[in-house]
Design a protein around this ligand. Structure first.
Ligand code: GTP
Ligand code: MG
Length: 364
């Protein structure tokens, strides 16, 4: 299972520049609104320093990191739902996403056109989120019309579906994004089925001017305050710096980062927030042939985690032999961990923990 992250925002805010920095691609990123029309899609391996530490012990032939897919879409503008700019049809490209990275312009550069005329990150966030809300309303209204036809013929399930969809629509009509609404089981089922955009977790990507990285500008501080009040995740990134970093050799990159007092590049910073917002834990499987990193939602039980690897593993699950990453490193691998009695035998009810190295035992 690959995590999927959609990149949204107003036009000309640095979405494609960010996409290029994250995926080391060269999608068109230029100084005019609506530069991107067709979505850019890129898959990236998730950097994880633990992989090389494990590989140093097990000397595996192949290392397979976990991965994440980014989809960079066209810019949304005020009234996109009424056909302004490129409209809102392209939002269908991100219905499948697990989470959204909302790029918000906080850099001040008179040469780069701002579609609203001046910089105001909080206003920009509200424009984009209103359009997302209106898209969800459009999707729900279409569903209600469709299902109502069936409901007329007396189908009780269809009538219930209409009622549930209408209750969700009420929230949207009141300006509430679904991710801030406490849903009952029936509502959750409709939201999952429709993949409503306002239900997806959002990470605000504050695209900060390179000269304001150390000391945030006043409007950036307002955006941070806004995100914090809502309990939303945010990352501060300078896409301009990131774009420069990808062109450098690893040594030059280190030097440049030190000069800019940067401790982390955009990819790990964003991944960290994606894991946090989606409550993801990582586990590893390791043998001489392959070392593999996997991610599952927190609370996933051992058989279902095994099922990520192969459905047979879940069906025939017997037990999981688990070593924590720390013990694996301390005792130099599986053999040492066993000798020191730190390899645990876990059953069907075991919830996978961050960093577990797991050997699944199963019947085929
Ligand atoms: N000074 C400065 N310019 C930036 C920064 N980020 C992006 N830009 C410039 O802004 C312009 C637009 O960047 P893009 O990445 O194409 O923006 P976008 O959001 O993908 O735009 P659309 O595809 O039109 O929606 C480009 O000329 C970038 O070089 C930044 O952090 N600082
Ligand atoms: Mg673009």
């Amino acid at each position: 299972m690959t995590l999927k992250c959609g990149i949204i925002g107003l036009p000309n805010t640095g979405k494609s520049t960010l996409f290029n920095a994250l995926t080391a691609s060269s999608a068109e990123a230029s100084n005019y609104p609506f530069c991107t029309i067709e979505p850019n899609v890129g898959m990236v391996s998730i950097p994880d320093g633990r992989l090389s530490q494990i590989a140093n012990i097990i000397h595996t032939k192949k290392i397979v990191p976990a991965s994440i897919e980014f989809v960079d879409i066209a810019g949304l503008v005020r009234n996109a739902h009424a056909g302004e700019g490129l409209g809102n049809q392209f939002l269908a490209n991100i219905l499948e996403m697990d989470t959204l990275a909302h790029v918000v312009r906080c850099f001040d550069e008179s040469d780069v056109v701002h579609v609203e005329g001046e910089i105001d990150p909080v206003r920009d966030i509200e424009i984009v989120e209103t359009e997302i809300l209106l898209k969800d309303m459009e999707l729900l209204e279409r569903r209600i019309t469709r299902v109502r036809k069936t409901a007329k013929s007396g189908d009780a399930l269809a009538r219930k579906d209409v009622a549930v969809s209408e209750s969700l629509l009420d929230h949207l009509n009141n300006g509430r994004q679904i991710r801030f609404v406490e849903l009952d089981t029936a509502q959750q089922a409709v939201v999952d089925d429709m993949k409503l955009l306002s239900a997806k977790p959002v990470i605000y990507v504050l695209n900060v001017g390179e000269d304001h990285f150390a000391i945030p500008s006043d409007y950036e501080l307002k955006a941070i305050d806004f995100a914090k009040k809502r309990g939303s995740s945010f990352v501060r990134i300078s896409t301009k710096i990131e774009a420069e970093l990808i062109g450098l050799t690893p040594e030059d990159r280190q030097m440049f980062m030190k000069e800019m007092e940067l401790t982390e590049t955009a990819l790990p910073a964003l991944i960290h927030e994606v894991y946090k917002t989606l409550h993801i834990v990582n586990f590893f499987t390791a043998n001489e042939n392959e070392l593999h990193a996997w991610h599952v939602p927190q609370g996933t039980k051992a058989p279902q985690a095994a099922g990520k690897i192969h459905t047979d593993f879940e069906r025939g699950f017997i037990r999981a032999e688990v070593i924590s990453f720390e013990d694996y490193i301390t005792f130099n691998g599986e053999h040492g961990a066993k000798e020191h009695g730190v390899m645990r035998l876990e059953g069907k009810e075991y919830a996978v923990r961050e960093g577990d190295i797991i050997f699944f035992r199963f019947n085929v």
